[in-house]
Design a protein around this ligand. Structure first.
Ligand SMILES: N=C(N)NCCCC(=O)O
Ligand SMILES: [Zn+2]
Ligand SMILES: [Zn+2]
Length: 321
């Protein structure tokens, strides 16, 4: 059967209809959505960046996009938490994976930026699946260019990722937000890390981070204050600025997301992360990524499923922006 029945709402081509086609068969697109070449145009494009040449510990996030797509087969079209059907009001499509050079980091970063600009030329917004966190830098460059200036940033991560360099290298998965701040891509008064925890190299890491203007909501803050209060504070800080959201899946506790490259104990639950995202409804989201899914360390698709659900809620936020 070549022409598979799809859910169609408001003229938008949605996921394959899992009541009529086995959702576990055939090649996976994100949430079984149509490929970009199957639609005339798309308002939101899901794109994979299979790249992990910037990692400082376990490799494997290059397999993240394929794994998250596989883990997204069970997503359904209606999200009761927000009373919305994220694929109904706008056209969402899977743009496949970027062809990124694994042997030349500079070329990879440059090409991700070019491709992100090309994919958003028609006004579409991107939900990117990584890939290691290095890719957030070119994605932020493209987002700031499209927004016409610095963007607000919510960075969900166990790590600050504002370190300066590793082995003398300036472009790594531990440094993208320092580079972004140096390049003036961020409205740093509206930039915040959420979910940070774990040992640092020294007190200086926090001082440097504060000097760039980032706010910090630690994993312990989320635990003590709760998701709703944290989301309200973040929403206030962001205001109506164009917002980019970057989710490093290691923001979740290793119990919720074991399949990642630099795991740290004491993290948020998937429920807390999803509830914070839902508390951001009304924000002016211009782009988002979910990165650092390394399937070789995943069990029972825990990490892939968490990443797929986070991406699904991010699409809901993009759709409403
Ligand atoms: N972006 C992620 N996932 N990790 C950064 C860890 C940097 C380090 O090795 O200290
Ligand atoms: Zn991290
Ligand atoms: Zn990170």
């Amino acid at each position: 059967m070549l022409d598979k029945p799809r859910v169609i709402e408001s003229g938008n081509l949605g996921p394959m209809d899992s009541a009529l086609v086995p959702r576990y068969g055939g090649a996976a697109t994100f949430a079984l959505l149509p490929r970009l070449d199957e639609v005339e145009r798309a308002d939101i494009k899901v794109v994979g960046v299979p790249f992990d040449s910037g990692v400082s510990y376990r490799p494997g996030a290059r397999f993240g996009p394929g794994h998250v797509r596989q883990s997204s087969r069970l997503l359904r079209p209606y999200n009761p938490a927000t009373d919305t059907s994220p694929f109904a009001q706008v056209q969402v499509a899977d743009a496949g994976d970027l062809a990124v050079n694994p042997f030349d980091l500079d070329e990879a970063i440059a090409s991700i930026q070019v491709d992100a600009l090309e994919l958003t030329e028609d006004g579409a917004r991107l939900l990117t699946i990584g890939g290691d966190h290095t890719i957030a830098l070119p994605l932020l460059r493209a987002a700031a260019e499209r927004a016409g200036g610095p963007v607000a940033l919510l960075h969900f991560d166990a790590h600050l990722d504002t370190w300066d360099s590793y082995f003398g290298a300036a472009y790594t998965h531990g440094t993208p937000f320092r580079r972004a701040a140096e390049e003036g891509l961020l409205a740093t008064e509206a930039a915040c890390h959420v979910g940070t925890r774990g040992p640092l190299y020294g007190r200086k890491d926090l001082d440097d981070d504060a000097r760039f203007g980032f706010g910090i909501v630690t994993s312990a803050d989320v635990y003590r204050q709760g998701a709703d209060a944290v989301a309200a504070r973040l929403a206030e800080r962001i205001g109506d600025r164009p917002l980019y959201v970057s989710v490093d899946i290691d923001v979740l506790d290793p119990a919720h997301a074991p399949g990642t490259g630099t795991p740290e104990a004491g993290g948020m639950s998937s429920r807390e992360l999803l509830e914070i995202l839902r508390g951001l409804r009304g924000a002016n989201l211009v782009g988002a990524d979910v990165v650092e899914v390394a399937p070789a360390y995943d069990h029972a698709e825990l990490t892939g499923i968490a990443a797929a659900h986070v991406a699904y809620d991010l699409i809901g936020l993009l759709e409403e922006s």
